[in-house]
Design a protein around this ligand. Sequence first.
Ligand code: LLP
Length: 436
Amino acid sequence: MATSAARLHAPENPHLPPHLPPHLYPLGSTIDDRGHLLVGGCDTVELAAQFGTPAYVLAEDDLRARARAYRDGLAARHAAGEVLFASKAFPCTAVCRLLAEEGLGCDVASGGELALALAGGFDPARIYLHGNAKSAAELEFALSAGVGFVVLDSRDDIDRLERVAAQRGVTQEVLLRVTPDVAGDTHAAVSTGQADSKFGFGLLEAPAAIAAVTGSAHLRLSGLHCHIGSQLLELEPFTRAIAALAALGDFDLYNLGGGLGVAYLAGQEPPSLGSYLTTLVDSAHALLGAGKRLVIEPGRSLVARSTVTLYTVQTVKRNVSTWVAVDGGMSDNLRPMLYGARYEAAIASRMHARGGELCQLAGKHCESGDVIVRDVRLADPRPGEVVVTPATGAYGHALANNYNGAPRPPVIFCSGGDARVVLRRETYDDLMARDV
Ligand code: LLP
């Protein structure tokens, strides 16, 4: 049964014991009498035994509830709004299919993401193609698929799309991406709104670009786009970005990107979805005027919490620190290594345990930086036991790789006690599938 949107607000997960951060695990997670973590009604220890580890386990009801909260929340505040799934956050056909079913549109950043979005059943008219270095082949693919919008990022992009559209004899609806000179407080690698950026047109260049597109025979400019960064935990930069867009003219449509941050750690409290939507809609109304079409592109805040990763402990050793090494690592979660991202972790069969030894939860890869969670308390970890890291739905599978020949993990959807593999684990044969 789908979880109602109202439950996105505290108190959440009332069935988790107080010492577990309830806002990190998927909605509906519980702990059974034996102390096992259940996600989507499925025992994670049994899932690990049945499907192997590492594995991404996604609670379908959580994802559906969050999609509805976004869709209904925007509609309630602004009727002419549209929510797109930023598919880069979890580029998987089944995730696209679920979010298409929930009525979302889709943001794709490449031909590959476009292929996944189409396979997932998104209406092409509700797909937006992004990219700061789109190839002619990607533009041709997008136009042949009939994507609704191409988001133009540079003068070369304008010229290239103009040529492709002319060759096909079509007029393509476009947005222009603007870099609003607003930097939110986030990791430099995922901050995109600052003036010196590889994305979009700077505020000084934007007017000429707008004029160029307006004069084009094959491009129809519907509005502006901006995306100032990701994992933003303050709302004020969104308002400043909207103010920067307002200075560039009057358009029908404004795409305000994604970026709402999520909690990864027990103490973190990101802005609520409601306050985020209210900020966007109120700022847009005040600064852009009434009657605009507003589009947003959440990635992380839609999918992060839907998923936990399961690992199996392989070794426990004490070399100054206590090193608990599992069967995954930087091949299935690159975020700690790329951004110093932090996660929580627990033993999936002893969820009632409090405290525990201070451990370094390490991966299996051949470098010292391959530590999934530093300084985490684990309750008596032993080889063979299942470790769970919550909130791995965003940019986990997306950044997965084959380092050390690691086959990428499966994605398992769980709902109402039923589990189904929607993306199988890679095999060793897959590692050789491209050999010629
Ligand atoms: N729209 C555009 C144009 C974007 O570039 C992005 C993310 C989004 C929407 C979605 O942003 P979100 O709601 O997920 O913050 N790999 C990094 C995150 C990179 C974000 C790239 N762009 C990480 O794992 O933190």
